[in-house]
Design a protein around this ligand. Structure first.
Ligand code: 0RA
Length: 657
C-alpha cells in the first residue's frame, strides 16, 4: 500500500469544503433525543455487533466527526494513535466541540451533552452541520457509552479544557478549563478505552484502521490523516495526504494493474446543496470496478449516483464512437458493460440528506443525484473525449474487443448449459452431493486435493453437507476473459454444483447451498487457493458474496490435551488466550498438519461439525480494498504480489472485518 503525498499537478485550490453561510454554532442547536442506556443494552443496534467489526466502528465514529469538521473547511489534520495500553486517541485541529453552557440545562457544558446524550452533536436537525455521514453518524456519545474510560480534550477560545468519563459515559466531574490552549490551537482530542465487558475483543487491528484512514484521505482531498501504533511490538506510523483526492484514489487502485493510458479523467460539479466528483481510468483487465461514496461513506450497493454515471457513460462513448465512425451508423451500439470493461472509477457525492437504502443500507436513494452525475458525465466526459482523442480511441477499441468476447462467451455459456442438460441432473461427476434438497440448510465444501476431499467425505453429515473436490489451483479468473474461463473444467464444475448460473446469468435465488465453504489449509498455498476461489466468486457470482453465503472454514493450527480430552486452537492468538486462561497448563501443543493428514474424525470435530467449528463469513465491506487485494494477488506484477503475500499471507481477515 502506498502512502504519503502522491500529488499530481494541482494548480487550483480544490478544497472539498462546502461553503456554509451561517455556520455559527449555538449550544441550543443540539437536539437531545435520549440517554445512553439503550446503547449499552443493545450495542448491536448502534454499531452492528460487538465483534471486531463493532469495535472498529468506535474508531470510525470518532474519526467521522473529525472528518466532518474537515468537510466544513475547519480541520486540516487528524491524528489517530493506538496508545501503549491499547486505547485509541483521535485528535483533530477542528473548531473544538463547543464548551459553553447548554441552554436547557446550563449546569452542563454543550460538550458534556454531546458526549452523554444520544444523537446530540448538532448533526440531527441543527444548523451546525450541513453534510455528514448518515451510516456511521450515530454520535460520539455511542463511543462513550461503550468505553470503560473516555478522556476528552478541547482547545477552544484560547483555553484548554478537559473532562473524563468512566463506566460507559459517567462524568467524573464537569468540563474544566485547565489552562491556556497551545498557541492558536483549536481542536478536539478523544481518547477511549473500549469496554472489555461489552466487546468480544478489544484489540484494534492496525491494518484495518490504516485501510480505512487511507480511503478517507483519498475522499477528502488535502486532509492529512496520520496513524501511529505505539503498542509494544506493533510500533508503526504512517500518514496519508492526497492533493489529487479521488484522482489519486483511481491511480492507486490501478497501480497493481496495467493502465490503458496514463491520464485520469476527472470531473466535478456542484449545484444547490449537492456536489459530485468523478474520476475514471481504464486498465487492461476485463473487469469493471466502480466504487461509489456518499458523504464519504462507501455505497457498496451502488445507487442513483452510480446509475447516473453508467447511463451517461454509455451514451457519451456511443455518441463519440459513431461521430468518429469508429462504430458505423448501421452497427449496433456498444453495450454499457463492454464500455465499462477494465474501468476503474470513483464517484463521490456530497449532499444534505443522503437516503441510504438496500439490504445493508449501502445504496444511495436520492434521485437528484442520478441527474447531477448524469449531467456532469454527459457534459464533461464528452469534452474530455474531444480533448483526448488518443485515449478516447483506446476506450472505444477496448469496448469493441469486449463486445466480441462477450459474443464468444455467450456461445461458451450455451455449451455449458447444453452439457448440463445432457448430464441429466446437470451436476458435475465429482460432486459428492448431500441428500437434502433444501438449499437453506445445505452446505457445500470446496476442497482442494484428493486426500483432503476423501477425509471430508467421511467427516461430513451426508444429509446436508456436500463435497466438491477441486484439483490444484483453479484458473486465475483475474487474468482470463470470460470465454476462456468458461471452458475450464474446475470452473465448470463449480458453476454446475452451485447451480445458479454465472456472471450476468447468475441468479442468487437459485443457489443450491446457502453456505458455500472454502476448505483449504492454513498455509500460504491454502491462502492462495482461497483467494483464487474468492476472486472467482467476487467476479462471477458477486450477489452470492454480497448476500453472505460464502465462508472460509478455519482448520485449527494447534491442539493440546486437557485431562483426557483434546482441545483445538485455531491460531496463535487462540493459543495465547488459552495459556492466559490456563496458566498452569503443562501439556505440549501439537501443531496440526495439513488437512490431508487429518483423519476424518479430527476434521469433523474441528472444521466441519456445525456445533464445533468456527467459520469465517466473507463480506466485502470495503469493496475497494478487497478489489485491490484481489488484483494484487491475482495480477501480473510478481514483485508487488510477492511483497503482499509476505505481509498478508496468513491473513484472510481483511475479508471479515
Ligand atoms: C458540535 C458542534 C460543532 C462541532 C462539533 C460538535 C465537533 C465535534 C467533534 C468530534 C470530534 N471532533 C469534533 N469537532 C467538532 C460546531 C462548533 C462551532 O460552530 O464552533
Amino acid at each position: 500500500m502506498s502512502n504519503g503525498d502522491v500529488s499530481d499537478v494541482a494548480t487550483t485550490d480544490r478544497r472539498r469544503a462546502l461553503p456554509d453561510p451561517d455556520a455559527s454554532y449555538e449550544a441550543k442547536d443540539i437536539t437531545v433525543l435520549e440517554g445512553l442506556d439503550p446503547v449499552r443494552k443493545r450495542p448491536g443496534m448502534f454499531i452492528g455487533s460487538t465483534s471486531a467489526s463493532g469495535l472498529h466502528h468506535l474508531v470510525w465514529e470518532v474519526v467521522d466527526n473529525s472528518v466532518d469538521e474537515a468537510m466544513q473547511g475547519h480541520c486540516t489534520r487528524i491524528d489517530v494513535t493506538i496508545l501503549k495500553d491499547g486505547a485509541c486517541r483521535v485528535q483533530d485541529n477542528g473548531r473544538g466541540i463547543p464548551v459553553d453552557p447548554y441552554p436547557s440545562d446550563p449546569s452542563k457544558s454543550a460538550a458534556e451533552v454531546v458526549l452523554t446524550v444520544l444523537h446530540a452533536g448538532g448533526k440531527f436537525g441543527g444548523s451546525g452541520y450541513k453534510v455528514s455521514g448518515g451510516l456511521h453518524g450515530v454520535g460520539v456519545s455511542v463511543v462513550n457509552a461503550l468505553s470503560s474510560r473516555l478522556e476528552l480534550g478541547i482547545d477552544r477560545g484560547g483555553l484548554h479544557h478537559e473532562m473524563v468519563f468512566v463506566d460507559g459515559g459517567r462524568p467524573t466531574g464537569p468540563l474544566v478549563a485547565t489552562g491556556p490552549a497551545p498557541k492558536g490551537r483549536t481542536g478536539t482530542t478523544v481518547t477511549f478505552w473500549p469496554d472489555p465487558t461489552i466487546f468480544e475483543e478489544t484489540d484494534f487491528r492496525a491494518q484495518t484502521i490504516l485501510e480505512r484512514l487511507q480511503m478517507m484521505a483519498f475522499l477528502q482531498r488535502g486532509l492529512e490523516i496520520a496513524f501511529r501504533d505505539e503498542r509494544p511490538g506493533h510500533e508503526h506510523s504512517e500518514s496519508f495526504r492526497y492533493t489529487g483526492g479521488i484522482e489519486d484514489f483511481v491511480r492507486h487502485l490501478n497501480e497493481t494493474k496495467e493502465a490503458l493510458f496514463r491520464k485520469v479523467a476527472y470531473f466535478e460539479q456542484s449545484e444547490d446543496d449537492q456536489e459530485a466528483e468523478l474520476a475514471l481510468q481504464w486498465n487492461t483487465s476485463y473487469y469493471e470496478s466502480i466504487h461509489s461514496f456518499a458523504n464519504g461513506i462507501a455505497t457498496v450497493e451502488g445507487g442513483m449516483h452510480e446509475e447516473g454515471l453508467k447511463k451517461a457513460l454509455t451514451n457519451v462513448v456511443n455518441r463519440y464512437a459513431k461521430a468518429r465512425n469508429l462504430v458505423k451508423e448501421s452497427e449496433p451500439n456498444l453495450a454499457g458493460e463492454d464500455i465499462r470493461e477494465g474501468l476503474t472509477a470513483i464517484v463521490s457525492v456530497r449532499l444534505r440528506d443522503p437516503q441510504f437504502e438496500g439490504q445493508t443500507k449501502a445504496k444511495l436513494g436520492n434521485v437528484s443525484m442520478r441527474s447531477l452525475v448524469e449531467r456532469t458525465t454527459n457534459e464533461k466526459l464528452a469534452e474530455w473525449l474531444e480533448e483526448n482523442p488518443r485515449e478516447a480511441n483506446q476506450i472505444v477499441q477496448k469496448a469493441l474487443l469486449a463486445q466480441r468476447a462477450r459474443a464468444a462467451a455467450r456461445h461458451a455459456r450455451d455449451l455449458t448449459r447444453r452439457k448440463s442438460a445432457l448430464d441429466g441432473a446437470g451436476l458435475p461427476g465429482k460432486l459428492v452431493d448431500c441428500s437434502s434438497r433444501n438449499a437453506r440448510e445445505s452446505e457445500i465444501f470446496i476442497v482442494e486435493g484428493n486426500s483432503a476431499a476423501a477425509s471430508a467425505r467421511d467427516a461430513r453429515d451426508p444429509r446436508i453437507q456436500a463435497i466438491l473436490p477441486i484439483r490444484g489451483k483453479i484458473l486465475n479468473v483475474e487474468k482470463a476473459r470470460v470465454d476462456k474461463m468458461l471452458k475450464n473444467a474446475e470452473i465448470q464444475a463449480l458453476i454446475m454444483a452451485i447451480g445458479a448460473g454465472v456472471a450476468d446469468d447468475f441468479d442468487v435465488d437459485k443457489i443450491r447451498y446457502h453456505k458455500v465453504i472454502i476448505l483449504a489449509d492454513a498455509d500460504v498455498d491454502g491462502s492462495h487457493i482461497r483467494t483464487l476461489l474468492l476472486t472467482f466468486f467476487l467476479r462471477q457470482m458477486k450477489p452470492m458474496v454480497d448476500a453472505g453465503h460464502v465462508y472460509a472454514a478455519q482448520p485449527p493450527l494447534y491442539s493440546t490435551l486437557v485431562g483426557n480430552s483434546k482441545v483445538y486452537l485455531k491460531d496463535e492468538a487462540a493459543r495465547t488466550a488459552f495459556l492466559d486462561e490456563h496458566p498452569n497448563h503443562k501439556q505440549e501443543f501439537q501443531r496440526l498438519k495439513g488437512l490431508g493428514e487429518m483423519d476424518f474424525a479430527e476434521l469433523r470435530d474441528t472444521t466441519m461439525d456445525a456445533g464445533k467449528r468456527s467459520l469465517l463469513q466473507i463480506t466485502m465491506e470495503e469493496a475497494s480494498i478487497a478489489d485491490q487485494v484481489c488484483s494484487v494477488l491475482m495480477g501480473d506484477d510478481v514483485e508487488v504480489r510477492r511483497r503482499f503475500i509476505q505481509t498478508n499471507a496468513k491473513d484472510v481477515r481483511f475479508l471479515d472485518i
